[in-house]
Design a protein around this ligand. Structure first.
Ligand code: HEM
Length: 411
């Protein structure tokens, strides 16, 4: 591989089957030979060293909005999805892509309301998990993805937001369509499905916002319209778009965290035994899953001033692709980075990004995964893989890492 050209961004996606099989063959090579590698085709620098990734994430003066990127930054500029929504006042309002002052204006009240709800939602989340596990009672075999990991996050976020139970299945279908927005290489048919789904969710959220103004309930939508009424400077479009953001950003990623945790524990029986012997390790076990098999590959920033990374000049308006997966296996920071160790005490991982854009859902994702895995192990203490020899079936969505299916046996 030494004489082959260095990988570009496309080589770091499932469009390259070898990457899916072993991403670290590519990321280790990039980190050790060219940790600030320019991909001319995508118009971005790929950064793979922990120190550089962490420094750029923490630098809150860097830009996120794709419109700041130079025309050559084709991948960043494709993130602009203006016009996909029927409601023009929602276009381009997601905090994921905004810079200050708009980012802070929208994120601050949303984070305040969400964190408060999450801190009170433990029993509600446990209830959802128990319901899914009860449905598996008596089964000798099931798919840990379809029958468990996929079901929990969508129900949890629906309940936190305040979605009617009667509309849950529609909500699930829209959410699957909306998640296609995360795939920059989607087909025209997938774009159509995505637009239809996003428009449907948007209409539904507007309906709920109007209802909650008249009759508030114990849910996040009521909290947000209340904050708006008290003067939080948020338009209806901004609110609707960012409530959808919670749905889109939180479902698949948390499903993958739970699925990756089941997979890693079942393929590392020594670590599973350790966790069973000391259940207080659950929090550090989930952190290790986030580090070792990060559900999200990359995030992005745009240089807001002249930079030099590893001696490589990065000019204002040039785009940077920050490899969270690469940073999380950097041997300069993590001793034996390719060893899965649920009691690891090295530096914190960057699976949730960082700085101003640090994942707003990270407390929720952590709590869901900790409760889901602890409960699954307690309910099925003899759980094991249905076919220990089978190759893992990773999904094909670029920049996300999760399993398509994970057949397990209970006895
Ligand atoms: C294991 C699960 C999750 C992972 C790995 C994950 C990962 C990430 C990453 C890498 C970012 C970008 C951070 C950056 O650029 O610095 C992000 C942002 C975001 N995430 Fe998550 N996420 C997860 C769960 C969730 C959940 C449960 C929600 C919602 C309830 C959520 C909502 C968001 C939102 C709205 C943003 C944009 C924040 C901003 O730009 O200010 N995520 N997430």
């Amino acid at each position: 591989m030494a004489d082959q050209p260095l990988p570009n961004v496309i080589d770091l996606t499932p469009l390259n089957p070898d990457f899916n099989d072993d991403p670290h063959r590519f990321l280790d090579r990039l980190r050790s030979t060219c940790p600030a590698h320019r991909d001319e085709m995508a118009g971005t620098f790929i950064l793979t060293r922990y120190t550089n990734v962490r420094a750029i994430l923490s630098d809150t003066t860097m830009w996120r909005h794709p419109s700041h990127a130079e025309p050559a930054a084709t991948m960043s500029r494709r993130e602009m999805v203006d016009g996909i929504t029927a409601a023009p006042d929602e276009a381009d309002k997601s905090i994921l892509f905004l810079d200050d002052p708009d980012h802070a204006r929208i994120r601050t009240p949303l984070a305040k309301a969400l964190y408060k709800r999450v801190s009170r939602s433990r029993a509600q989340i446990q209830g959802v998990i128990d319901e899914k596990l009860d449905a598996l009672a008596g089964r000798t075999q099931f798919d840990a993805m379809d029958d468990f990991a996929l079901l929990v996050p969508i129900d949890v976020i629906a309940r936190i937001l305040g979605v009617d139970n009667a509309r849950l299945s529609e909500f699930r279908a829209w959410s699957e369509g909306a998640i296609l927005s995360l795939n920059p290489f989607r087909t025209p048919e997938q774009t159509d499905r995505m637009v239809t789904s996003i428009n449907a969710i948007s209409g539904y959220f507007r309906e709920l916002m109007a209802q909650r103004r008249i009759s508030p309930q114990d849910d996040l939508i009521s909290d947000m319209v209340q904050l708006q009424a008290e003067g939080a400077p948020l338009s209806d479009g901004e609110l609707s778009n960012n409530l959808q953001g919670l749905l889109i950003g939180g479902n698949l990623t948390t499903t993958d965290l739970i699925g990756n945790a089941v997979w890693l524990l079942l393929t590392h029986p020594d670590q599973l035994t350790r966790l069973k012997a000391d259940p207080s390790l659950i929090n550090s076990a989930i952190e290790e899953v986030l580090r070792y098999e990060s559900p999200v590959d990359v995030t992005a920033r745009i240089a807001s001033r002249e930079l030099a990374v590893e001696g490589c000049p990065i000019h204002t308006t040039q785009a940077m692709t920050l490899s969270l997966r690469g940073a999380n296996r950097d041997p300069e920071v993590f001793a034996e980075p390719h060893r899965f160790d649920i009691a690891r005490k090295d530096a914190p991982h960057v699976a949730f990004g960082g700085g101003a854009h640090l994942c707003i859902g990270s407390p929720l994702a952590r709590l869901e995964a900790q409760l889901a895995i602890a409960s699954l192990i307690a309910r099925f203490p003899n759980l094991h893989l249905a076919d220990p020899q089978a190759k893992p079936q990773w999904r094909n969505l670029p920049f996300f890492r999760g399993l398509k299916t994970l057949p397990v046996v209970t006895g």
